[in-house]
Design a protein around this ligand. Structure first.
Ligand code: SF4
Length: 224
């Protein structure tokens, strides 16, 4: 899509994509999922998160990051003055692997076009990958998250050039204090990467959160 395409046109395309992906049967996960978890958030987000795959709760509710890892993600976002309504959250796979096993190569290959199209339509400035699977897919490199977390890299994804920013997956930081501390440190750089300068001090008044109108209340797209 033309980089200069209007926000309305990109949103309309995103809804079209949502409807198409909702009935996708391109890999065997279609047979075991409860529903497709397309992703949710702000269709004009400057910051997009890409996790691994839906888990049990996501599969049940049709929304990404609604379990404990999602709560941690919301807390980390609040720490830099953002909320879920400001960002878009998705996954490499749109359907839950049985038993939350790791995504398989053929599943990633089948599903990746949906993710690349999402990025093309949302046009985020920064794509923060959460964990190994998203990082390796979008960086195009086999180097793991332990070595590349917290280091931004400029990458071209289809027609879009974005700043890729690898982070540990919140689920990995839930029970490991040291990893949580690293994740918090890496998160603290996000405002700078978004061109918004350093994080405001605690005494500064919070930025007003813009009110957004639901794009399509009939659907579960969850766009704001
Ligand atoms: Fe389609 Fe992706 Fe779901 Fe596989 S995981 S059925 S490719 S949407």
């Amino acid at each position: 899509m033309d980089a200069a395409a209007t926000s309305e046109a990109r949103r309309a395309e995103l809804v079209t994509l949502f409807k198409a992906v909702s009935s996708c049967t391109a890999c065997p996960l279609a047979e075991t999922r409860t529903q497709v978890v397309f992703g949710a958030g702000n269709a004009d987000a400057e910051l997009m998160f890409v996790g691994e795959a839906p888990g049990f709760h996501e599969d049940q509710q049709g929304l990404p990051f609604v379990g404990a890892a999602g709560k941690l993600l919301e807390s980390l976002l609040a720490g830099i003055g953002l909320s879920r309504e400001d960002v878009f959250i998705g996954n490499v796979l749109k359907c839950r692997p049985p038993g939350n096993r790791d995504p398989q190569a053929d599943e990633i290959e089948a599903c990746q076009e949906h993710l690349f199209r999402q990025i093309e339509l949302i046009q985020p400035r920064v794509v923060a990958t959460l964990g190994n699977f998203a990082t390796k897919l979008l960086s195009g490199s086999p180097v793991g998250i332990t070595r590349v977390h917290g280091v931004e890299q400029r990458v071209r994804l289809g027609a879009s050039e974005v700043l890729l920013y690898p982070l540990y997956h919140p689920a990995a930081a839930l029970y490991t204090r040291a990893m949580l501390a690293v994740l918090e440190q890496d998160f603290a750089r996000l405002p700078q990467l978004l061109g918004k300068g350093p994080v405001a001090s605690e005494s500064a008044p919070p930025e007003p959160v813009p009110v957004r109108v639901a794009l399509d209340p009939e659907s579960q797209l969850g766009l704001f």
